[in-house]
Design a protein. Structure first.
Length: 640
């Protein structure tokens, strides 16, 4: 090699080195702007990872993190084949396609042809600009930069997260849920093709406004891949999941928030809430809660009403508990040795200083046992016991257990506490009832795993068990027992309560007006108890332990135990037609229920036809003549 040639090689090497240094300097000075990719909505998931609710990103945009692993393979195949068939091999740009597009654009003076690779599209989605030749050149540089920073699958994740789907929908997750009410992992070919098509012209191809255009492009994409008979495109936008909306609104921020909720149970509780709200007086609200006793995890929480109330989490509202605190007065009296379930108490007129309480019916029962006084929620015995326990001590014990009663300004704890003279929330009161149901220790109920707290000493276990046994009774107009429950009614009917527990769950119901105005004639027994009974109908059966003498007989009978054969638990059913529920075992007649409500069936048969009223989650139950139950949670897909 001559000296000239060697000089040229050195000059070229130096030039390449300078270009490389300049590229590195420019890359560091102008890194990819990932702000849009990091400004995401929040996905709230239940204890099994199912989507409970979606909360929008700032500005009301439905945009959620989506990776290549989050979508069906058929979608990725269609996307790459349609938009950028050399995606897996090029360095960020397709030189031939780009040269052709640039030539046409320069000649026309504006963008007339594409030529954009998926990497270039990702660059444009990160930093939207007017469609000009200059913008195209910047996209080329950014595409090369993205390829240097990210893997191919990570670049796909940018596209999948930011692709526009009309209106305030961005990303394949939002698109799949809004147009098909399904996860992007479950997309079928026709659905995937439409979601590949829409981002080309998101407003002009919105299926709810331009169904014919959307279908035409979708069909061309499918035809190129051999599919010639696809179904129609959706003509309306589905509501995005918003279960437990009031309770999870404050969770916005992280890309994903895990909760302790059980989605099928949550959906069933919300249907029950809507059903009951429709039959309540104007401006009356309802709050429902179910929690697991062993863990104190909230499994379902719902509240609703008119006006502003529909946006409030009323399980956190401070309300008067009425008589719902009486069980804890009795528990403290039992553990102090002041009384026991069979202790005879007087329900006769008595003044405590200037305080002269009366029973709810303004009558008096005379001599009654403590157990009967508690079951009948008599006022005088409860106030007399609180007088002996001490209102200050009672309040202090509750505060040590994590529940600080809300008293009127400047007031000290006094005897009216026995009848609701303080404020407490649904969550707090349900947590106290959970202590009655277990070992007497108080642990706050929680909705997120990270909010779990250590238990605090509260009640003696024997005293708690005695009160629980006293409260265990059948629901009015319902067969069987197995649940302990208590009501509460505040002055003027402002608050109607019912709280209860079985061997596995604690449940709470509150009904009232959020502004605290009276609801004349309202009582916990009349309004709230029927709802509480329906809540327990939604739960798996929780039988009491059998005596040893009966366990062998139960083992023999188990072979013919009641079972729900179809549908099996966690089934996904197609909507649009009847579903035949089939049972086996158990003693007839059988009763079939959906979300706690009976459906028509021939009592002599072991099956019943049910037509799902809408897509969503349902809890199916079959009961036999002996009160045994079998249950299954299922999901019904939208009618296609």
């Amino acid at each position: 090699m001559g000296k000239l040639s060697l000089l040229i090689v050195r000059i070229v090497a130096v030039a390449l080195a300078l270009v490389a240094l300049l590229a590195v300097a420019l890359d560091r000075a102008f890194p990819p702007n990932l702000a849009r990719l990091q400004t995401l909505g929040t996905e709230v998931i239940d204890r099994q990872g199912r989507t409970v609710a979606l909360l929008p990103a700032p500005g009301g945009v439905w945009r959620f993190a989506t990776s290549a692993d989050d979508v069906s393979p058929v979608f990725l195949d269609l996307l790459v084949a349609t938009e950028d068939r050399h995606f897996w091999h090029h360095p960020g740009i397709d030189p031939l396609a780009l040269a052709r597009a640039l030539f046409q654009d320069v000649r026309a003076g504006h963008i007339v042809s594409g030529g954009s690779t998926l990497t270039m599209q990702a660059a444009r989605l990160l930093e939207p600009r007017p469609r000009t030749v200059r913008s195209k050149m910047l996209e080329v540089l950014r595409a090369l930069q993205l390829e240097a920073h990210f893997s191919k699958r990570e670049i796909l994740g940018i596209w999948l997260t930011l692709a526009p789907y009309g209106g305030n929908l961005e990303g394949v997750r939002a698109g799949a849920l809004a147009w098909f009410a399904t996860s992007p992992r479950l997309l079928e070919p026709a659905q995937a093709a439409l979601l590949v098509a829409i981002p080309r012209r998101p407003e002009a191809l919105r299926p709810d406004r331009h169904a014919d255009r959307a279908r035409a492009l979708r069909d061309r994409i499918l035809l190129a891949h051999g599919d010639t008979d696809p179904p129609d495109v959706p003509r309306h936008r589905e509501k995005l999941p918003r279960h437990a909306a009031q309770a999870v609104t404050g969770f916005a921020g992280p890309a994903q928030v895990a909760t302790t909720l059980d989605l099928p149970l949550q959906a069933a509780v919300e249907r029950l809430l809507a059903e009951r709200l429709a039959n309540l007086p104007e401006n009356v609200s309802l709050a429902l809660l179910i929690a697991d006793l062993s863990t104190r995890e909230i499994r379902a929480v719902a509240s609703g009403g008119d006006g502003r109330a529909r946006f409030l989490d009323l399980t956190r509202a401070v309300r008067s508990p009425g008589s719902a605190l009486k069980p804890f007065i009795y528990a403290l009296a039992f553990q102090d040795g002041l009384a026991g379930p069979e202790t005879v108490l007087d329900d006769t007129p008595h003044r405590f200083g200037r305080y002269a309480p009366e029973d709810f019916d303004r009558g008096f029962a005379g001599e009654v046992t403590a157990a009967e006084a508690l079951r009948r929620s008599l006022n005088l015995p409860a106030v007399a016991l609180l007088d002996r326990v001490g209102p200050m001590r009672f309040s202090a014990v509750l505060q040590a257990a994590g529940v600080k009663l809300r008293l009127p300004p400047g007031a000290d704890p006094s005897l009216p506490l026995a009848l609701g003279g303080a404020g407490i929330t649904v969550r707090q009161l349900a947590g106290l009832y959970a202590a009655l149901a277990t070992d007497g220790n108080a642990t706050p109920l929680f909705l997120r795993p990270e909010d779990k707290q250590l238990p605090k000493p509260f009640l003696d276990p024997r005293a708690a068990a005695s009160v629980a046994e006293v409260l265990t009774q059948p629901f009015p107009d319902a067969a069987g027992s197995g649940a302990a429950w208590k009501t509460g009614t505040s002055w003027g009917g402002r608050d109607a309560w019912a709280l209860g527990f079985d061997a596995h769950h604690v449940a709470a119901v509150w009904i009232g007006r959020p502004d605290g105005t009276p609801l004349p004639g309202a009582t916990g027994r009349g309004l709230a108890v029927p709802v509480l009974a329906r809540l327990f109908d939604l739960l798996p059966p929780a039988p009491r332990p059998l005596p040893p003498s009966q366990r062998r007989e139960a083992t023999i009978m188990r072979a013919d135990a009641l079972r729900l054969l179809f549908p099996p638990p966690d089934s996904v059913l197609s909507g649009g037609g009847p579903v035949v529920l089939r049972a086996m075992g158990g003693r007839r007649p059988l009763t079939f229920l959906v979300d706690g409500a009976p459906i028509p069936a021939d009592p002599a048969r072991r099956e019943a036809a049910w037509t799902p009223p809408a897509a969503g989650f349902y809890r199916l139950t079959v009961l036999d003549a002996d009160g045994n139950a079998a249950r299954a949670a299922v999901r019904v897909k939208p009618d296609e």
